[in-house]
Design a binder for this molecule. Structure first.
Ligand SMILES: NC(=O)c1ccc[n+]([C@@H]2O[C@H](COP(=O)([O-])OP(=O)(O)OC[C@H]3O[C@@H](n4cnc5c(N)ncnc54)[C@H](O)[C@@H]3O)[C@@H](O)[C@H]2O)c1
Length: 380
């Protein structure tokens, strides 16, 4: 690894190939604040596909590698080699890939879970701690929401007192209305039912890690004891699908977790409630700009991202209060659709706002003005 000279960090990527949704998220996230430049990668286990995809991202052919070992080897001796590598491969490979780059003094951003199982996790932890030249980050992304940071801040300030109960629910319906059978299971769940790839537990590695991380992140507590009940997809389809867990934390607080990949119609839901001796906090990912603060005495408060009492959250938001955090993504959709419309070979329907809607908005505004002036109903 070279010393960091340019303003931007040189980023290498492992995983996140053509069909990986999270790969796209990582690449966007890396560009959001202009801190990184993606300069190298191995995006798929299939070398041909990896190179083709890398080139499609604008990475020079000689830095689209066949495998991560080759990438670590070559990038570490390059004068302008990668400073950081992002890993977004399935769980069981996180440890071996990270170690390869740690050995070359290259910083790591890895997607969760930390590793495929506890054994791998212990080895990886030791490896990270043994190299003082590298930093490591794990993308438990929910912890980076402004109002989650605000919640952590309030807990640290003692606003809800000593934590007594934590309740987390993380559900994701992976079946999308399909009845799972031994015939279609592999097609629907892919590597999630292959223990060698998903690691210790499908539902817990994939979403349970997020749920638990969120609880310990906000509360600052660590689990002491646990009682869990895990259900497989079915008798024949092995793989953890649903987990309920009771956790006793190290300060005697009690926790309850429901983590499920099979709640019919429960498309998506991550919710956390933390109760302390002086009050409680509630946050839901589907309404991420708000944090409910319920003092034991007095009125419930709905804190809003970046606004007055939620001042701490300002540090972690790029969008002004009143606008949801998805705002920037929506903005990018317009750019993308517009570019597509400019390069399309055939006529298609696009959904970006255009002049037709522009005129309608102007008519609306004018009508508002007239109506207000006349104090009457007016036609738009
Ligand atoms: N943070 C989040 O919210 C979030 C969301 C979704 C997925 N994830 C995590 O991201 C990881 C990947 O999940 P996914 O759904 O994108 O999986 P995926 O199967 O859709 O994509 C994985 C990609 O990695 C590539 N790959 C696998 N092994 C590789 C290797 N050794 N070298 C190079 N490329 C390799 C595959 O070819 C594929 O393109 C998992 O750990 C998952 O838990 C995190």
């Amino acid at each position: 690894m070279t010393s960091i000279q340019s303003k931007k960090l040189f980023l290498g990527i492992v995983g996140g190939g053509p069909k990986s949704w999270i790969g796209h998220v990582h690449r966007i996230a890396s560009r959001f604040d202009d801190h990184y430049e993606v300069v190298a990668g191995v995006f798929s286990r299939n070398p041909k596909l990896s190179k083709k995809f890398g080139k499609s991202l604008g990475i020079s052919a000689d830095r689209c590698y066949s495998n991560y070992k080759e990438m670590a080897e070559k990038e570490s001796v390059k004068k302008d080699g990668v400073n950081v590598v992002s890993i977004m491969t399935p769980p069981s490979s996180h440890q071996i890939i990270a170690e390869e780059f740690i050995n070359k003094n290259i910083h790591i951003i890895s997607d969760k879970p930390f590793a495929g199982n506890l054994n791998q996790a212990k080895k990886l932890y030791k490896k990270i701690k043994s190299n003082k030249k590298i930093n490591y980050a794990l993308t438990h992304n929910y912890s980076a929401y402004p109002m989650v940071r605000q919640a952590k801040h309030l807990v640290e300030k003692g606003k809800i007192g000593k934590i007594e109960y934590i309740n987390v629910e993380y559900i994701q319906d992976w079946l999308k209305g399909i009845n799972l059978t031994t015939k279609n299971a592999k097609k629907i769940l892919k590597w999630k039912i292959d223990k060698k790839i998903v690691g210790a537990s499908a539902v817990l590695n994939e979403i349970g890690s997020h749920a638990y991380h969120l609880a310990i992140y906000i509360s600052g507590l660590r689990g002491d004891k646990i009682f869990a009940d895990i259900k497989n997809f079915s008798k024949k389809i092995k793989g953890d699908a649903n987990a309920q867990a009771m956790v006793n934390f190290n300060n005697q607080a009690k926790g309850m977790f429901w983590i499920s990949s099979v709640p019919r119609g429960g498309v998506y839901g991550l919710k956390i409630r933390i109760f302390g001796s002086k009050g409680s906090l509630e946050w839901a990912q589907n309404n991420p700009g708000y944090l409910r603060f319920n003092p034991a005495r007095g009125a419930v408060r709905l804190l809003e991202k970046g606004f007055f009492e939620a001042d701490f959250s300002k540090k972690f938001t790029r969008v002004k209060y009143g606008h949801p955090e998805g705002y920037l993504d929506a903005f990018a959709n317009i750019y993308k659709e517009f570019a597509k419309s400019l390069t399309a070979k055939s006529k298609k329907r696009y959904f970006y706002p255009n002049e037709d809607e522009g005129l309608e908005t102007a008519k609306f505004i004018e009508a508002c003005k007239i109506s207000s002036r006349r104090k009457k109903w007016v036609k738009i």
